[in-house]
Design a protein around this ligand. Structure first.
Ligand SMILES: C[S@@+](CC[C@H](N)C(=O)[O-])C[C@H]1O[C@@H](n2cnc3c(N)ncnc32)[C@H](O)[C@@H]1O
Length: 342
């Protein structure tokens, strides 16, 4: 049997494209091997599409679709929730390694423990968390409640990279997968890169694992995230080129030494532009992220770059929406070249 192996975060998008083209074998079950999803196919998919999704083909075995139960059907069958409320059971969840985070409507609140256990069983997860407050504060911390299990530390694999994190203390945005993938392909041979908001290594790791920078200086102010950043550098064996720094990026020493600066932060990113321009060499590249109301796109982020650069030059090389952030607001990334004129 022929199959396609694709990183889990990209699987649904690729499945839809292949299904539209009649490539997916719908009589066989789609499998999940942890970090990857295995999709049975009837014919060879377009190699360009496969490359875009970091997917490959292989020969293997797939069980018949009818022998497998959808996790949500398993949950529906096992929980003691009144029939009329079963319609509200979440059909989507966030899974990082073997830790699952759910959003439950308030009507299901009284059954949350039961539901935690049911989802844990159906998804083969050791721990289930309930998202009770989204992502909060300058450290971008998830606000969650443990419903089932005790161990909230997960090792999530994406695009061949291991991200270890405590899912109850540190965020991981599945929606930023395209940007993590793109960072893996940004050519930065021999460059000095500064990742100003490194977190657990969201952008540092793809860059360091797949490219050949001379040095990546990864700055993170939150001690918990910094601890995982250090662990992830070791797990992914990039300690020879990544230097983690614990502290506020505005205190990073040195001027005009970076070929590239990554600003993977939202909401107040523009307040850190003076620091980014101080660190950048003339001719260096900036990856500037911002959350912006749609009606102000693309002008506001570009204007903010120009305002912060004052008399120096900013040339926009690329502009892209990363994801929808909230209703009417987009998370965008601008790549720009910064040239000193003074
Ligand atoms: C969580 S990440 C943002 C998400 C990430 N770009 C992604 O793709 O999912 C942002 C990180 O910046 C860190 N941070 C915020 N202010 C900082 C500062 N002044 N200096 C260094 N790190 C900072 C936060 O603690 C957080 O870990």
């Amino acid at each position: 049997m022929r199959g396609v192996k694709v990183p889990r975060a990209l699987a649904e998008e690729l499945r839809v494209i292949m299904a539209r083209r009649g490539v997916v074998d719908k009589t066989l079950a789609i499998l999940d091997d942890g970090g990857h999803v295995l999709i049975p196919v009837l014919k060879e998919p377009d190699p360009e599409v496969l490359a875009k999704f970091h997917a490959s083909t292989f020969d293997g075995q797939f069980p018949s679709r009818h022998t497998r139960t959808d996790p949500i059907d398993q949950v529906r069958a096992s929980v003691s929730v009144p029939e009329e409320l079963k319609l509200l059971l979440p059909e989507k969840w966030e899974q990082l390694g073997d830790v699952v985070t759910l959003r439950l409507p308030k009507e299901l609140g009284p059954y949350e423990r039961d539901l935690g256990e049911a989802y844990a069983k159906a998804l083969n997860a050791k721990t289930v968390l309930r998202d009770v407050g989204g992502i909060s504060g300058d450290y971008r911390t998830p606000v969650v409640k443990v419903l089932f299990g005790t161990d909230t530390v997960a090792v999530h694999r994406e695009n061949g990279i291991l991200y270890k994190l405590d899912a109850s203390k540190v965020m991981f945005s599945s929606g930023n997968v395209d940007e993590r993938m793109r960072m893996a392909s940004v050519q930065c041979e021999d460059e000095t890169v500064v990742d100003m908001f490194a977190g657990i290594g969201y952008f540092t790791l793809p860059l360091a694992v797949y490219q050949r920078p001379k040095r990546v200086i990864s700055c993170e102010v939150n001690e918990v995230s910094y601890g995982y950043l250090v662990e992830n550098i070791a797990l992914n064996k990039v300690g020879d080129r990544v230097e983690p720094i614990l502290g506020d990026n505005r205190a990073l020493p040195g001027d005009a030494f970076a070929d590239r600066v990554v600003m993977g932060y939202v909401k107040t990113t523009h307040e850190f532009l003076q620091t980014a321009f101080r660190l950048l060499k003339s001719g260096g590249i900036l990856h500037y992220h911002e959350t912006c109301p749609n009606e102000l796109l693309p002008g506001r982020p570009v204007q903010r770059l120009r305002d912060a650069a004052r008399d120096d030059r900013v040339e926009v090389l690329r502009f892209k929406e990363v994801k929808s952030y909230s209703p009417g607001v987009s998370h965008v990334v601008v790549d720009a070249r910064f040239t000193r004129t003074s």
